[in-house]
Design a protein around this ligand. Structure first.
Ligand code: FAD
Length: 409
């Protein structure tokens, strides 16, 4: 076979290039990425990397020797255009490279905050290692950090900074509760309590109107006129998928590059994987674009098989995780459309519980905080659509394996 080109050298690109060899791709494999580093784990950026507990080398997904051995080549460049007729990509320096098969692993970028002052020195987004280096550089003489956005990235960043110590941390959120878009109120209340216990100043239901300062940031102005002083501001208000390349090439795009169950785009020679791709999830009967490492890995494995002409389908149940302080949150499934929850353990005291999301009688998702057994249990229940007695589940003394065995009414 000829040359396979992978655009994007992160979680999806790393898995896809490795899987291509495993599936038997005999030709050249060229990974083109604009970050300049070999693929590294992104999740630790807001966790151990921010708090200085790991270096970029520690974060590499695979050591350099792996790619050498697999004969996978990297090129530090940005792809500017795809010509599907000619089967070439054009780099921003003008170079043109031909492909037999192409993989789009271009991910997502931070959603920009459209307010005055975001361009001031000391205002940061958080997506790549370079962002963290800038944040760490600014931390040495910062006393007050304001984080805009109480989603996972914002809260993890708050936790890392409090763990690191030496700075006051304020988190501002427009919604009425933290993690509003992704969790039940019970889980939001739990995370708000823990962050406050750890010394984070949490302000929900506030609107940020502008960032103020001269050259450097001095504070964040709220809509009601209050100025919250800050010498460092970190913005974490979500991401947007990098779909421009695909769109310009005439591929089908709808909140992400549209792929089928085999990770194929609307062009039979082009696959897509990871944060940039939107696909139909049979278990939840809907088209979604997910942003997680397991999702990128699953897409990439299937995409590589597809490129090698082997049939495979995206089938793993979506799951996620988030680490804050000593809290290990593991999330199974997707909770969209839930209408009731069952709690196991008490989120209002202590730091370990599980929240199971039900749609009528069926479990569709679970948030498990320091509850690995509940996580494993819920993955199985959700995947296999097993009926579960909710009263027994809520009893913290009941055995999970008995629950699986119990005859259902
Ligand atoms: P990306 O990681 O976005 O990589 C895309 C790559 O393509 C980038 O390097 C980009 O620069 C490059 N690229 C884009 N366009 C071009 C182009 N035209 N030419 C060349 N290169 C290009 N997920 C979890 O599951 N658990 C977590 O705890 C978690 N924590 C996170 C913490 C942080 C701070 C962040 C930012 C993300 C976190 N995530 C977490 C999400 C996870 O990192 C993403 O889902 C994952 O990185 C997606 O991988 P990807 O390869 O699809 O895209």
């Amino acid at each position: 076979s000829g040359r396979a080109i992978v655009i994007g050298a992160s979680h999806a690109g790393a898995q896809l290039s490795a899987s291509l060899r495993q599936e038997g791709w005999a030709g050249e494999i060229l990974v083109i990425g604009d970050e300049g580093a070999l693929p590294y784990h992104r999740p630790p950026l807001s966790k151990t990397y921010l708090s200085g507990k790991s270096s970029l080398d520690d974060l590499l997904i695979r050591p350099p020797g792996f790619y050498e051995k697999q004969n996978i080549t990297f090129r530090h460049a940005r792809v500017a255009a795809i010509d599907r007729q000619a089967r070439t990509v054009t780099l921003s320096d003008g170079d043109e490279i031909g492909y037999e098969k192409l993989a789009l692993c271009v991910g997502a970028r931070p959603r920009l905050l459209a307010i005055e002052g975001v361009e001031l020195a000391g205002v940061h987004y958080l997506r790549d290692a370079a962002d963290i280096e800038r944040i760490r550089g600014g931390l040495s003489d910062a006393n007050r950090v304001v984080i805009i956005g109480a989603g996972y990235i914002g809260l993890e960043t708050a936790a890392s900074l409090r763990t690191l110590g030496g700075v006051e941390v304020t988190v501002l959120e427009t919604a009425e509760r933290v993690l509003q878009r992704v969790t039940a109120p019970e889980v939001s209340t739990f995370y708000a309590r823990v962050h406050r216990e750890e010394g984070v100043e949490l302000r929900t239901g506030v609107t940020v109107e502008a960032i103020e300062g001269d050259e450097r940031v001095r504070g964040v102005r709220l809509a009601d006129g209050e100025l919250i002083e800050a010498d460092l501001v970190i913005v974490g208000v979500g991401v947007v998928p990098n779909t421009e390349l695909a769109e310009a090439a005439g591929l089908s795009v709808d909140n992400g590059i549209v792929i089928d169950g085999a990770s194929l785009t609307s062009d039979p020679d082009i696959v897509a994987a990871g944060d940039c791709a939107s696909y139909f999830i049979p278990r939840y009967d809907r088209h979604l674009r997910l942003e997680s490492v397991p999702n990128a890995g699953e897409h990439a494995k299937v995409a590589a098989a597809t490129m090698c002409g082997k049939p495979k389908t995206i089938s793993a149940l979506p799951w996620f995780w988030s680490d804050q302080y000593e809290l290990k949150l593991q999330i199974a499934g997707l909770n969209d459309g839930y209408d009731n929850v069952v709690l196991r353990g008490d989120p209002d005291s202590g730091r370990s519980f599980a929240c199971f999301y039900f749609k009528q009688d069926e479990m569709i998702a679970a948030d498990c905080v320091n509850r690995p057994k509940e996580f494993m249990f819920s993955r199985r229940v959700i995947n296999e659509r097993l009926p579960i007695d909710r009263n027994q589940l809520a009893d913290p003394e009941s055995s999970l394996s008995e629950l699986l065995k119990a005859p259902q009414s």
